[in-house]
Design a protein around this ligand. Sequence first.
Ligand SMILES: [Mg+2]
Length: 424
Amino acid sequence: MPDPNCWTTERVVLHVDMDAFFASVEELCDPALVGRPVMVCGNRDTRTVVAAANYQARKYGISAGTPLGIAKAKCPGGTFVEGDPEKYVYASLRMNDVCRQFSPVVERYSIDESFLDITGTAKFFGGPLETGRRLKQRIKNEFGLTVSVGIGPNKILAKTASKLEKPDGLAMLTEADIPRRFHPMPVSEMFGIGDRTAEKLEKLGVETIGELAAVPPEVLGRIFGVVGRLIHAAAPGRDASPIIAEAETPPPKSVGNSYTLLRDSNDEDHLLRVLLGLASKVGRRLREHGTRGRTVTLTIRFYDFTTIARAKSLPIHIDRDKQIYDAARAIFICQRSKSPKYQVPIRLLGVSVSGLADQQTGSQGSLLDRNYWSKYDGMIRAADHIRDRYGERATTWACLVRRAENPRILSRKMAGLNSETRRN
Ligand SMILES: [Mg+2]
């Protein structure tokens, strides 16, 4: 392990990657799962794939992306848990609260990975490695979850380092490590190279990152297009891309959610309930972003994968669940009544809102209109407050309650720590 005091480069980047994240959160919520092979999936239908497998399940050759049918055959005694995205988002946000205790510059890279720029803050925690050690410890103490931390002078080396000692790892790659540790690694270990690209490279005789760095960029460009030029730029281990803190992330252009039904359905009541659930999620996210939109788009994928998207523009900007639902429902009814070809079973529904404007600047409708909605707005504010504190599944519409009868919200331990984290 390099001496943390010998850090000579200008930037220090820390990458934190939660270990088997979805499965670990499920284990946290249900301790009976600990020690057993656990696979999280979209639903228990065999047409889905495993979204996450814990380390016990990985021993059976199962990983994210394994079709559920194959996973069941490889590990018949395993536990298959239907994933709960809201729970993972909640846990992810709380993890990032902890990350921000170590640096104000935290970029959420994915639901279970973040980059921290600790250039200016590492000295307060005893250097880069000690910062990583303390961050790991704090997450473990507060949530009972393990993470792997990688440290480097840029995102590429930090992300590569976090994979080196997974799970529960802590590793560092400095610029001096580029020729002796980074370049001898297999190409599949490099940030940005997926399984297929790695396979193609290996067929071309390019097995290590060092060999990749030596391939002329025009050759990679010809074979892999834009990706080829990107991986060539990354192979030398140098990367100037900044860590973009959440506040600096550009505002979204649209906010949307979609849902693949457990079974293709033609049941209008059921489909409208799904639409209401989607509209509620979109409304909640719009309010979280402090934005409203005036175009509602409904996406319908039919049983044969034919997909249509129809939009409706409104006279005012909206962020209320009911307004979004009313617009999506109007499109839905109109499309279904238009032609028998749209009255066939549906596989997926999606609702999105675009044409966004800041809550203060967007047109909000007349005073009369706002008076009409005032009671409703009070109720929604209260519901949002409850969700902020107790998780997304703490409240829902009465007609969706069947789905929420058995809410698998985070354990009491995590909920308690949530409020504690927020006070810091
Ligand atoms: Mg991870």
